[in-house]
Design a protein around this ligand. Sequence first.
Ligand code: PAF
Length: 294
Amino acid sequence: MVVVTEENFVVMDVYQNIVKLRTTLEAQRTNGQRIALVATMGNLHEGHLALIRLAKQRADIVVASIFVNPLQFGLNENWEQYPRTFDEDCAKLISEGCDYLLHPDEREMYPNGMAEQTRVFCSTMTDVWCGASRPGHFEGVTTVVTKLLNIVQPNIAVFGEKDWQQLAVIRRMAADLCVSIEVIGAPVARDTDGLALSSRNRFLTKQERSKANLLYETMLGMAKAIATGDRDYLKLQKQAGERIEAAKFRLDYLAVVHAEDLEPATAVDKDLRILGAIYASNTRLIDNIGVQPV
Ligand code: PAF
């Protein structure tokens, strides 16, 4: 355990060891404290800090985790290059009043090696949209999130709505496996021009960044059309895709789906989500917005 202190008082305990964190949290739980988990891969930005703030409103104790989970990176995805900014992350967590940080290494999380690791596989919603482009990704997410939930045993867990599919999959997994927690989604944090905040935005060139809000703008246009009665979702998706490609982004997908099960929306569905993913060179950007047809 590392204790991060400021002016000689403890401001955040950082644990690399799972058993030690569990022992500490057990005592908090016995004292009747409500515990929140905010799982991250670090490189924290305002979007993550909003999750911590929401967690603090809803629980007595906030536990964040930073673990760049190799299990959720595909063979063509660069796990090594994922930005690691531990000292800055700690400073940000402290400034938001985070109580504990779990920062395990790979051996601590996967002591038997990744190949031997028992996996959690959610059979629905994981082979479409982002799952279609990132085979195995959601299995890595559901496996590590299950481990983190079992380690921390929180009352609530807060995840960003920016990765809507991840949130939907985690909700479904928690329900299917009778995990006794409340999964809370926090709204997408955006830059002033609307671009969803993401650790990947740092990989955009200046030129790509200047037009990267097009995904959000395009989704807003789709949402406006739907909210004013347009039910031809395939046409809207096609037009939106053409707009993205005309700006020299590579379209992965743009889809109007049912918010909960992520099935393509039908004309009678009410609770809809527009999901999108595009590539600027090799940088993959995702976003989504909610829409309620009239
Ligand atoms: O959203 C993320 O940062 C990751 O997928 C998560 C939930 C921390 C699991 O590694």
